[in-house]
Ligand binder design. Sequence first.
Ligand SMILES: [Zn+2]
Length: 440
Amino acid sequence: MRFLKGNINRKIKLLFGFLVLSISLTFLVNCKSNKVDGVEEKNRVDTGSAKDTSNKNKTESKDSLKDLSDVFKLHYDATVIDTHNDFLYQTFKRGADLGKRESGIQSGLPRFKDGGVDMQVFAVWIPGSEEKHAYAFAIEQTERLKKFEKEYSDIFEIAYYYEDAISVLNKKKFCGMMGIEDGAAVLNDIENVDKLYNAGIRYIGLTWNKSNRIGTSARDESEGRKNAGLTDFGRKVVKRMDEIGMLVDVSHSGEKTFWDVVENTKGPFIASHSNCYALNPHFRNLKDDQIKAIAERGGVIMINFLDDFINEGGKNTRVASYYSKYKSEIDKMYSENNGDMVAFNMKRYQFMKDNPIKGGTSLDDMIDHIDHIKALVGVDYIGLGSDFDGGIIPPNELYDATCYPVISARLFERGYTGEEIRKILGLNFLRVLKQVCSKN
Ligand SMILES: [Zn+2]
């Protein structure tokens, strides 16, 4: 799109004064490209002087980010997407309200806004108690999110296609999408795949920790209980998902199931919330050959914030949460900066550096997983899938959904360019969404 615009600009210069009609047509094309590809436009505006595409390299290079203030500005301008969040379960379990900043909850619209998050894929997780009527439960959960959409229609909208997502993001509204964490929701009826799609579900995590009618889970396979991979029914399910434009999510899938997915699908697929086995040999993490297979297909691996997936034995080294320890200091910084999120983040980030918590899992531990994937396959296959509100204990500096800017800051400090940071924050997932979940 940028290349197209550069050509158009040059043509305007050449023909200006001669071809009024040509200019009008060019204007129309430009209007269309802004509308359709608003996210790219947003990126360009962020870099300050990037309207002239010749400045692209200059503005997108590491050098253009001079300091952390620039990085936080980039963060709030960038499209930030998280692909795995269990807020809907908190609504089911305890009546959590998406529009409120509730205590004991890690996300919700006010915290997403503070964290610069623009889009969240809400996962429908099936609790054991609901397993027998998992399909009906999944539909109920989609309806819960649609109810929130009505209630907060001025700031929140659900997207069903890539084009919807772009449109919602351009309206500066918070964008929701829906996925399922456990293909048990399909029951034993292949038609339920289409019905779930029609209800708005855009990815299905084939299994959760327990194997199901679709395939064997990472936990069962790693503990030697089952190793069958995809069942015949599971093969039909992933083929149907491929046909209708629903993303296959291999987080929680066993290795045998994973390789059966590779064999039985054609398009890109995702891991909505998984980390690297090479850094932490946990059954939920992906081995290097799996990461390579996802990248070869053009999919994305979204990094999970759970300490136990980041560090070996992470759950055994947990300490009090950073926010609970420094609540009064952080709340004071927040109120003093009166909505200036760049100023607030500058202070909070420095405070975190000056007052580290001993023990627990650190932000650096998590960034190591991003570095590992980058070194293995490149930066185009990395995203964020926090697992917030799924009972997780995140790294100290990522205590809730207001903390996404610290990820950008630390990536910058590790030498990532502005363009690379934007890809990880959201553009990589948008690429896959465009390929798999477009209207056309
Ligand atoms: Zn999970």
